[in-house]
Design a protein around this ligand. Structure first.
Ligand code: AHM
Ligand code: MG
Length: 338
């Protein structure tokens, strides 16, 4: 009496992965090992982010990455941690990172069957302010005989075997989905050093009156986007306008959208006709998560995001993702203009 009931049946990520593996008779355990390396990378990055201000890791590294963004010290460290983890897993043949101009091949593991695309720290403009950032990843399996060249990564998101992201927020939250399966989220218990399954079978609410977009770009928006956002803000007689929420970290904005519903958008516009966010390691992995949670994700041409095939590894796209009905509204407004 008066004692808290302690849950003795905790599903750690390790247990979850083991149970998943035994469900698949043909599984070799390679994917499980890759996921173990992933979770170690997330824990390490979370650890450095939490201590950044204390150990002089805030600020710029003095370099810039392929797309010309100034790199923060934590961008560089997280990228190195992520690459080292993928390399040492022995299960990754090649990797694309936002922070690396070229694909990285792990030639020491010629038989590895997976390729990974990642943004080691997404939302880094928020880092020094202690606002949530995240790591985004997409995993592809190599076809027979493929050696993990750039071309092996220039594939539609529909071909991913798994994707997800970790948000480094009040807690580190790992959202993971495997192709054709549910979306599960795990919370890092810092004391145990384990990701614990806290949000099994996530389903995004079908609709919710929240929109998330950098409205400072509205001067450059195309007409359909302007009209769509105006409809949210000025719903007409008796309608209630939407709430705006924009963190400026895709991972954090997406995580909230997944949980509460609503829409997140980074449209292509007159200033950035190809959009800002990258297809391989930002848009496609998120699109898989949102579709498998019951939502939708489309690009600025209203094509299904997962079917877009990039021409180059760092290609960008406009994106709208979120609740099924909210994304449908964007599609419908665009149809009127077509
Ligand atoms: P980054 O990968 O350089 O951090 O940029 C990606 C970030 C996303 O997390 C976020 O959605 C977007 O850029 C915010 O951009 P803006 O500051 O233009 O609103
Ligand atoms: Mg990014």
């Amino acid at each position: 009496v008066g004692q808290e009931k302690i849950n003795l049946d905790i599903v750690t990520l390790t247990r979850f992965l083991t149970e998943e593996q035994t469900k698949h008779k043909e599984a070799t355990g390679d994917f499980t090992l890759l996921c173990h390396a992933l979770q170690f990378a997330f824990k390490s990055i979370a650890y450095y982010i939490r201590r950044a201000t204390l150990i002089n890791l805030t600020g710029l590294a003095g370099s810039s990455n392929t797309t010309g963004d100034d790199q923060k010290k934590l961008d560089v460290i997280s990228n190195d941690l992520f690459i080292a983890a993928m390399r040492s897993s022995g299960r990754v043949r090649a990797l694309v990172s936002e922070e690396e101009e070229n694909i990285i091949s792990f030639d020491e593991h010629p038989d590895a069957r997976y390729v990974v695309a990642c943004d080691p720290i997404d939302g880094s403009s928020n880092l020094d302010a202690g606002v949530s950032v995240g790591t985004i990843f997409g995993i592809y399996k190599l076809p027979e005989g493929a050696t993990g060249t750039k071309e092996d990564l220039l594939r539609a998101g529909t071909e991913m075997v798994a994707s997800g992201f970790t948000m480094y927020g009040a807690s580190a939250m790992l959202v993971l989905t495997m192709k054709g399966g549910p979306v599960n989220a795990f919370t890092l218990d810092n004391a145990l050093g384990e990701f614990i399954l806290t949000h099994p079978n996530m389903e995004i609410p079908k609709k919710r009156a929240i929109y998330s977009v950098n409205e400072g770009n509205s001067l450059y928006w195309e007409d359909p986007v302007k009209e769509y956002v105006n409809e949210l803000k000025y719903p007409g007689e008796g309608g209630k306008p939407y709430s705006a929420r924009y963190i400026g970290s895709m991972v954090a904005d997406a995580y909230r959208t997944l949980l509460y519903g609503g829409i997140f958008a980074y449209p292509a516009d007159k200033k950035s006709p190809k959009g800002k966010l990258r297809i391989l390691y930002e848009c496609a992995p998120m699109a898989l998560v949102f579709e498998q949670a019951g939502g939708q994700a489309v690009n600025s041409k209203m094509q299904r995001m997962l079917e877009v095939v990039p021409e180059h590894i760092h290609d960008r796209s406009g994106i709208f993702l979120g609740s099924y009905d909210e994304v449908q509204k964007v599609i419908d407004v665009h149809k009127k203009f077509a």
